[in-house]
Design a protein around this ligand. Structure first.
Ligand code: GLU
Length: 416
């Protein structure tokens, strides 16, 4: 089955369980499941290849799932596997995330089916700005606010801000995750990974796992994985394995994260890091460890490898890294799962802080951003954990229940 189907099937399964527990009627379910608007555009761009200029076209998407609680909010992903089904599922997930952490946003997601690594800087700017021209009628400070996701970064957000501002006047709050010089939020870049580490530490403590005793494996060393690794290492956790798209590195004694970052910066990959042995991405997931953090793409833990996972705690730093069947297999074995909508919600929470600062034209210091982030993440975690304990359900089921109730109530209050 391709990833598009797995994503949608996984999401639908988790939602149906929650809908049943909440005894929602068919029409309510339909309202909660359907997208408000699904946009698909073709983006032409001239690329230089073997000394020749050639016109190419790429498919771009923006799915606006639900805005009952506030403007649509969610990232833009540049990756070859991007397709409408995946973006639909990820847009929905944003609706539940923003509701769970109780910020006044709805959910959206977008992206372009492209490998951004194959484009030079000028081509990427042209592609992004053309995409923005096509999205301009549907995005806006109080309508839909994009942000970075896989394959995009603050520079891409700066290009969107520039293009959008040509026709709408300077509107910093139209995107979040911008460079700090253009109204970005101090701490936004590391917020998702920092939040992952903060919640991992909280969950580990409740399982009586001390940092010194806990071996951590992180799959994916992009923005989220690397910042989670930095914060966890600072808290005293031993990171024994890391990976990027090319493969992984392992050291029983623990990996020095600053050396790993320097090596990656110098060589473009983790492989060959001094003091480590190579391990494949598949092997890495099955290593003996206490904490496993999938921080790459969807569907990395499936029914094919779930029974081989040795971790006691799985933290979903990526969106939808565990399929619903794998989820059930892990839960049956008593593995605790910190679900994506809670584990990685620090990213969109910091985006909300950025939006608020832009609207007020009043920037906050990094310390304030991170302390507010930690406080809100802790209270969200506590609410989810309390509901899970009270109803004898897992953390994901509790998180979905809380989020769905809030969205459903907003729809009812607004009367549509
Ligand atoms: N792309 C991130 C996510 O999946 C952040 C979205 C945002 O900040 O709007 O949560």
């Amino acid at each position: 089955m391709d990833k598009k189907c797995i994503c949608q099937e996984t999401q639908r399964h988790f939602l149906n369980l929650a809908f049943n527990r909440l005894r929602l009627e068919e029409t309510q379910r339909e309202l909660l499941l359907s997208s408000f608007r699904e946009t698909r555009v073709t983006i032409p761009v001239t690329l230089r290849h073997n000394g020749e200029n050639r016109l190419h076209t790429f498919q771009g998407y923006r799915v606006q799932h639900n805005h009952a609680r506030g403007p649509f909010k969610g990232g833009l992903r540049f990756h070859p596997d991007v397709n409408m089904g995946e973006i639909q599922a990820l847009a929905q997930l944003m609706t539940w995330k923003t509701a769970l952490v109780d910020i006044p946003f709805g959910g959206a997601k977008g992206g372009i089916a492209i490998d951004p690594g194959k484009l030079n800087e000028t081509e990427l700017e042209e592609l992004t700005k053309r995409f923005c021209q096509k999205l301009a009628p549907i995005i806006g400070v109080h309508d839909d606010i994009p942000a970075p996701d896989i394959g995009t970064n603050p520079q891409v957000m700066a290009w969107i801000l520039d293009e959008y501002s040509k026709t709408h006047g300077y509107r910093t709050a139209v995107v979040t995750g911008k460079p700090v010089e253009l109204g970005g939020c101090a701490g936004r870049l590391e917020a998702t990974g920092h939040g992952v580490a903060h919640l991992t530490d909280k969950a580990a403590a409740e399982m009586s796992l001390t940092p010194e005793q806990s071996r951590v494996v992180i799959q994916g060393f992009g923005n989220v994985g690397s910042h989670a690794a930095i914060t966890l290492a600072n808290k005293g956790y031993k990171i024994i394995a890391l990976s990027d798209v090319h493969g992984g590195v392992y050291s029983e004694k623990g990996i020095d994260i600053s050396l790993a970052l320097a090596h990656l910066h110098e060589t473009g990959a983790l492989s060959g890091l001094a003091g480590t042995s190579p391990v494949s991405n598949d092997e890495l997931l099955e290593l003996p460890c206490e904490i496993l953090i999938p921080a790459a793409l969807e569907a990395t833990i499936t029914c094919d490898n779930a029974d081989a996972i040795q971790a006691k705690l799985v933290v979903e730093a990526a969106n939808m890294p565990v399929t619903h069947r794998a989820n059930d297999q892990l839960l049956q074995r008593g593995v605790v799962i910190l679900p994506d909508l809670l584990a990685n919600v620090g990213g969109v929470l910091a985006s909300y802080y950025e939006w608020v600062q832009n609207l007020q034209q009043f920037p906050w210091e990094r310390e304030l951003v991170l302390s507010r982030l930690e406080k809100r993440l802790s209270s969200t975690y506590d609410t989810v954990r309390d509901l899970a304990q009270e109803q004898q359900i897992d953390m994901r089921s509790a998180a979905y229940e809380l989020a769905i109730k809030r969205v459903e109530r907003a729809i009812r209050l607004r009367g549509f």
